[in-house]
Structure formats: structure tokens, C-alpha cells
Design a protein around this ligand. Sequence first.
Ligand SMILES: [Fe+2]
Ligand SMILES: [Fe+2]
Length: 178
Amino acid sequence: MAEKPFLTDIKTLRERARKHIEDGAITEGYKGESETAIKILNEALATEIVCVLRYRRHYFTASGINAEGVAAEFLQHSNEEQGHADLIARRIVQLNGAPDFNPAGLVTRSHAEYVEGETLLDMIKEDLVAERIAIDSYREMITYFGNDDPTSRRLMEEILAVEEEHADDLVSLLEELG
Ligand SMILES: [Fe+2]
Ligand SMILES: [Fe+2]
């Protein structure tokens, strides 16, 4: 069960992220850039919130002989994702947008998924998938913001760097457990 959704889901989610960014480029003529920026940032906000919740769930349910160190890592990641969510929400407000914290539709707006996972290994793999999705979609957002919105670009660059560290941490955990 671990292998198949692994690749398919990333592909679908990446396509969706790409599609939204292309839509944004098309609408720029009649609605301006900030509406697209707010929409993209709200997708990043949803992604972060889903990651907070997934890591939280993993923190509380991690069990087994290797669980303690891994759970500590889950908690740290969860807290850092919360920090990212706060930064993104603040930026949305700066752009005169409304940060979308509505739990309804959260999973649809998010690029990363909420997967509970049965075993410690499942959890780490799912978290790694989610980080890789975030890394890919944030990279595209950074390209989209480019020089038009350097503040949003820099924010997402800082967050991206942390997501890459998270992915690295998870790979190390997989190696230790593997
Ligand atoms: Fe994050
Ligand atoms: Fe992360």
C-alpha cells in the first residue's frame, strides 16, 4: 500500500498546483496580481496547516522501540509548520487579503495530504511525501513571484529552505530505521 499512492498522489497534486499558477497568469489582465498572490499564499497556508495537523497526529501516535526520537522530530516539525502558517497568514493580510483558516475544504486547498499512517515507517514516508510536495509547489510559487513580489518570494524562499531541512531529517530517519 505504501508504494503506489506514493508517486501517483504527488503527480496529481503537483499538476493541481501548476494549474492554479497558470490560471493566475491568465487572470492577471483583469484582476491584477495580488488576487493571484493571495490565492497561492492561501494554498500554502492550507498546506502548512495540514502539515501541522499531520505531524501532530504522528507525534502523539508514534509507537515502538524507535518512537521517542522520531516523535520528538515530528513535534519539532509540527511547530515549525505552525510558524510558517503564521508568517504566510501575516503576508496575506499585508496584501489586503483574507487568510483562509476555514477547516471546511482545508484538505482540498492544501497541496500536501493528511495521511495518518499505521507504522512509524509509514508516518515518516508520508511526511517525506508531503515535504517533497511542499518543496515542489513552493519552488513554483517562488518562480511565480519572481521580481513582481520580492517580499512574498523571500518569505517562500525562507520557508522552502526549512522544508528542505525537514525532508533531509526524514531521509536520515528512514536510513536509521531502514
Ligand atoms: Fe512548512
Ligand atoms: Fe516541512
